[in-house]
Design a protein around this ligand. Sequence first.
Ligand code: NAI
Length: 332
Amino acid sequence: PQQASTVTVTGAGGQIAYSLLFRIAAGDMLGPDQPVRLRLLEIPQGMRAAEGVALELSDCAFPLLRAVDVTDDPRTGFDGSRFALLVGARPRGPGMERADLLSANASIFGPQGAAIAASAAPDVRAVVVGNPANTNAWIASSAAHGVPADRFSALTRLDHNRALAQLAARLPRPVDEFAGVTVWGNHSATQFPDIDHATVGGRPVRDALEETLGGVEAAQRWLDEDFIPRVAGRGAEIITVRGSSSAASAADAIIAHVRDDVSGTTWTSAAVASHGEYGVPEGLVCSFPVRSDGTGYRVIEGLALAPRARSRIDASVAELVAERDAVTELGV
Ligand code: NAI
């Protein structure tokens, strides 16, 4: 029998974790042959909720689930971890300025990065979900001395899937006929969902949109006025309609992000540390088109960018630079 893989989930008492943990334990993330050991990391106020989730995990009698440990100590939480899913974060409270939010999160993700470096498995892969996800990933990675920056990523797969779903509904075509959709930049309102290299049934999505919508201008108008704002604003729409933020869809995106990272994919979106691709400053954790051969996401290079796309990417990257500079100035 295979040795169990240790998966750490932070924010384990929260709403995303409540959808995520059961799917990991069922084998949806690492496959039906891979036993898992779950480590649930919380803060003291969240411990009771996490302990309750552990009781329910036990009650499912999942054949692949070998152990569940609940802790509020990061060193213990990341001990031997092969997959570190950093979901817990400090939400923006009433009257909280952007600098307060960045600093509160820096004091979470810095120590967690250090704990990952100190106690996780040598081949650990860390995925940051808690917002501001890209900058939190940059903070954790910067504090994880000795862990290569490409072991850290931030989740933009939910944005990617939202883009796919909007296209599939508008054309209308099945989701699995699409390829080459990309979300660039920050996981924020400045993100750029891009269809310029996308195909549906092997044909350019732009051609299919022009046919369905009745011309070049109508297609571009739909992209600029409906598609991009709808995808970028979907998180807010979910809060308005559901009364709380995306949870099951976020958990599903985390599952897909890790599954494609370890089992391989020819094209998806993920935020990874830039090596300078597409002029994005080195080290910034930016969403790109990525592929994986099973050893981690790599940026798909060499795509031609139209001026309209270039300026949208530049605006989102400028926001990432400003977040990084604000954290650096805080000196946390
Ligand atoms: P939640 O508020 O239901 O749960 C968060 C949990 O994290 C709480 O139980 C809290 O006690 C815990 N926590 C806080 N600080 C912690 C720390 N230092 N260590 C361990 N646990 C800690 O929030 P929810 O809905 O589960 O969302 C979690 C995060 O994911 C939020 O920051 C949210 O904005 C973000 N998010 C990101 C998405 C993405 O696509 N990247 C999509 C949806 C949400």
